[in-house]
Design a binder for this molecule. Structure first.
Ligand code: MG
Length: 333
């Protein structure tokens, strides 16, 4: 398994550096110096992966999160702070104008159908992922998979992990008091998938904390970007603007800077909010947060793990394949 992951990271890194070069040029950085820095990053990351693949040099436990964090360190040393900045902005620009109709569509549905469509929307948005080799190819050279198409073509139920019925039962009970949502990617993922879920919970009377990465990693939305997006949504959506005004909707940076998350290393602000306000629902969204790093994490409150499988190795581990859907609901234990 270690060789599989090391090969995957090695194979993906050049496309990341291509994004980094485009981003550097866009900021007016010289191409030659950016190319030199990219070559340096490539050498350093390859050397790290070589060391990790040699059992004599690395006998301890190596996690995917370790490799993700080293990748960020290599990029920062080469002065690439946010290689996917342009890609994220492009996808945000394309997704925002679609949000009003997605929300109107959801609002027009009967309650039971809306519960299901909100979740299907999260899956459909989650296809945007430039960190997974399979789905990154769908978004290359200005191409994209439309949210509508992605939603239409979702795998039918039963999903690979399918606790939807139990979740729908829970949704017929009194609403949660406070939900903590760990969000994943920019673009359709946050805008057309997770913001509608947050809004849906708010409409039911649940307070919501949206927590995004503090520092950039791949195409994950950052806390700063999310704050700007929510401000823009609040300009046209009264549910979001009112919840923002009365602080039923809060945004707190997670402290994270990777596509996976170690829940024992969150920002002091988020830890304080959790200790004070005790969320009774945690939502982990996306393959990195919900499957690769926390699939077996147990919570004392209700937990949802929602993701589209975008890597054959991850699929195999769960007995499935790419594009399979994971919806795990674990009531408070
Ligand atoms: Mg991601």
């Amino acid at each position: 398994m270690r060789a599989y992951w090391i090969d995957l990271f090695r194979g993906h890194f050049p496309s990341l550096l291509e994004e980094a070069l485009r981003e550097a040029q866009d900021r007016g950085k010289g191409l030659t110096s950016a190319q030199q820095r990219a070559a340096q990053a490539q050498r350093e990351f390859n050397a790290y992966l070589d060391r990790m693949s040699n059992p004599q040099h690395h006998q301890g436990r190596l996690t995917i999160l370790d490799i993700c964090l080293e990748r960020e360190r290599v990029l920062r040393r080469a002065k690439f702070d946010d290689p996917y900045r342009l890609a994220k902005a492009r996808e945000n620009q394309a997704s925002l104008p679609l949000l009003p109709s997605v929300l109107a569509e959801l609002d027009a549905l009967p309650d039971d159908r809306r519960e299901v469509e909100v979740i299907r929307g999260v899956f459909a948005g989650n296809i945007f992922d430039l960190g997974a080799t399979q789905t990154a190819a769908l978004f290359q050279n200005g191409q994209r998979v439309s949210f509508q198409t992605s939603r239409q073509e979702l795998r039918p139920r039963p999903w690979l992990v399918d606790d939807l019925d139990a979740w729908l039962d829970r949704m017929n009970q009194p609403p949660h008091r406070l939900a903590l949502l760990f969000v994943d990617n920019a673009g359709p993922d946050i805008i057309l998938g997770m913001i509608p879920l947050a809004r849906h919970l708010l409409q039911r009377g649940t307070g919501v904390i949206l927590t995004a990465n503090t520092t950039p990693s791949l195409n994950d939305v950052t806390h700063q970007e999310l704050t700007g997006l929510i401000d823009r949504v609040a300009q046209f959506d009264p549910v979001i603007s009112e919840a923002r005004a009365d602080k039923r909707l809060r945004l707190i940076a997670s402290g994270n800077g990777a596509p996976l998350i170690d829940l024992s290393r969150l920002s002091p602000e988020l830890v304080q909010a959790v200790e004070q306000d005790l969320p009774d629902l945690v939502v982990l969204e996306g393959m990195g947060r919900a499957i690769e790093s926390n699939f077996d994490a147990r919570f004392t409150c209700d937990a949802l793990k929602i993701a589209m499988v975008k890597d054959p190795g991850v699929g195999q581990k769960l007995g499935g394949e790419v594009y399979d859907l994971v919806f795990r609901f674990e009531p408070a234990s």
